[in-house]
Every structure is written in structure tokens, then in C-alpha cells.
Design a protein around this ligand. Sequence first.
Ligand code: AMP
Ligand code: MG
Length: 408
Amino acid sequence: MSMQRESSWPMVSVADAHAAIARVSATPLGTERVLSHRAAGRVVAHIVTAPADMPTEPRSTIDGYAIRSADGDIARPVVAELTAGGDTLAQLLPGQAVRIMTGAPLPAGADAAVMVERTQEVAGVLTYTGTVRAGECVIQPGSDMRAGDVVMPVGSVISAGDVGLLTNIGLRHVTVYRRPVVAVLSTGDEVYEYDEPLPYGGVRDSNRPALLAAIAAAGCEGISLGIAPDQPELQRARVMAGLARADVLITSGGVSMGTRDFIKPLLAELGQVQFGRIAFKPGKPTMCAVVGTTIVFGLPGNPVSSLVSFEVFVRPALRRLMGDATPERPRVPVHLADSIMPSPDRPEYMRAAVRWQDGRLVAITTGAQGSSRLLSMRAANALLVIAPGEQRLAAGSLVDALLVGDVH
Ligand code: AMP
Ligand code: MG
């Protein structure tokens, strides 16, 4: 039997891999209507506009007294009290004042409010210090938003504030993009469920739980396809099951040059391969194929490689499929806390903890960057994008970082 020593898959650059992925994930999935109060994290699929002016009438922004500014600095009889949600007053006559609380509509005739701290009320007569301008301490109709204003454009991710906004303008439902269903398959004769007895040479399946967690964190719905041993027919059956159910299928393992690596030929047979290797570390053997309407990512088995490849290549595709107009992680320059040695031949995505320190972002790598060392993901909130090179990068150098978590 002759053995092939070079992978037959051409190596593409990170940029070309991103471009290919952007092409196959360009069209968001369908849409659905969800309750506004459950919509956080979803992506707006139909433009949201203001149904009416907000507020609908002039309101006091303070606790104090509504007056006519044109009356000037006079003593005024206090003729009523208006509380938010309480009684309203049709008309304030010249020379009068009404006691008014924050949020209560101004009566017709009043054009300003004066805050209680500046006033004196003695025996039902109001006086205040200083002058009061027309419009002072009043929020005008439509000044928060006007009927027809674009409140949320298509492609925006709904935040907690947006849930407030949607409910504030009285929208019970909002139309959002469907969440991608993402199936995950682990492969390997040596791979066991984490709670099974582990034989000599076995590894616990950490890829599937970690990927499912990353899928959920990306706002998608994950489904588990279990673990398939390194047998072509068994892997094919699991892959077919995944293709039938999922918008995106992710496999881990079985994409390298070993004699038991069957995933790549299987995907090549089933669909159109977009690329079969990426000049990238960790995760060079990463493959992307389209089978029918499903995008398939064949990720390497090493736990760090599979998660970093997910972060760099799969996650943007998932975010794009769910309509996110900004599917990429933010990329920012950071200062290296310590010197690092680049990979000689491939861009490397090093795990690091980025912190705001003395007025700048500083990155500390998470120690040994071996692709089996899951501890290198521990406390990492960034991937440093390190270009290939022969020279050590000195401490203090500026490098780009993809921010994949919160910066503290
Ligand atoms: P492979 O890509 O199949 O050659 O696997 C590369 C390395 O990752 C091997 O040491 C595997 O044992 C390990 N590995 C493969 N799949 C998993 C998994 N699901 N969880 C943890 N380690 C794995
Ligand atoms: Mg394997």
C-alpha cells in the first residue's frame, strides 16, 4: 500500500478562509416573531420604527411647580397638584402655578417647571429664586423619538436596553432571525464520554461539551451527535443524521494525515469543499464544506485547536447566519506584557488575558500554547494575532487582539 505524505488539500490563507466562509454564510436563515421581553440576544430582522411620538405630551422632568415663564418673577397661587399618573389639569391660567411631580403632563398654558429646591410655598403661594426659561425642566412631545423614527435597524443585536426600548414603545413582538441549529459530532476510537471509565490511551470528550457551550454562547441552538468511532460507515451515518437536522454541522477529529482520519474524504464525497487546510495555528487541518443547505466544519481533534478554530472561523459564520450585521469579534491593538516567539511559518492565534492597565490594553499570554493544553484557554479573553516571523517580539510590542470575552 502506498501512503500519501503530503495533504492533497491546498493550504489557504486565513483571509481566503474567511472570505470563503463569508460567501457560504452570507444569507441569514429565516425569521420568526418572538416576544419582546424574550428577545435579548436575538438579531432584528424587520426594521423597528417608533409607532408614536415619545413622549406624547409635554411632561415635567422634576418635582416642583409648573408655571408660565412669561409671568416672570411674581408670587403665584398654587391651584392644584399633579402627580405622574394622577389627575390632569386642562388649563393653567396666567399668574397661576401647579405643584407637579416628575413625569406628570404639563397643563396647557404652562411652559416650564421650576424645581422644588428653588422654591418656597407659604400659605398656598409660590415664590422662587432666579429666573425660569421657557421649556425649562420640560420634556417636549417627540423629543425622545418621533413617530416613524428608526428605533432599531435590521441586523442589530437586541440588548437589555433594547428590550426596554421595544416594550417602552409598546411592541409586544419583534421579528428576529431564526437561531442556527448547530450539530456537533466528536470522532475517535480513543474518545469516551467524560463519565465513562477511561481505558489506557483513552481521552475524555471535551470538544463536544466545549463546542456546545460556545455555540450556546454565540446565541445558537446546539445538538449533540455523540461520539463516532474511526469507522467510515459509522461516521457517515452520524454525519447524515446531523445534515438532516442542522443548519451547521461541526465535527472534531479525524481531519489530519493519520490512517484513521476519514472525515475529509467523506465531506468531499458528500458536498463541495470550500477549503481543506488553513495556514493557521492552532488548527491547520480545519476544513469547510457545503453539503446541501448545511455548512460543515471539520475541526481538528486537539481541544485547543477545535475551540480556537471555532472562535476564528465558525463563530463569525454562525453570527452571520443569524443576521448579525457585525459578526466579527472586535480587533484592537494591545501591548505585550512579555516577549513572545512567533511561529516561523503560520499566523498564530495565541490565547491571552487582556486587561486595562495604566491607560492601555495589556496582554499576558496564558502560558504554554500547546494545542492539547486546554489550560491555555483558562481566563483567556483574547486571541493575539501573531504574524509568522523569525524574530522574538519584545515586551511592550503592539499586536492585534481579537477580544473574545469581557475586558476587566
Ligand atoms: P485527531 O484530530 O483526530 O487526530 O485528534 C488529535 C488529538 O485530539 C488526539 O490526541 C485526540 O485524542 C484528541 N481528541 C480528538 N477528539 C477529541 C475530543 N472530542 N476531546 C478531546 N480530545 C480529543
Ligand atoms: Mg482522531
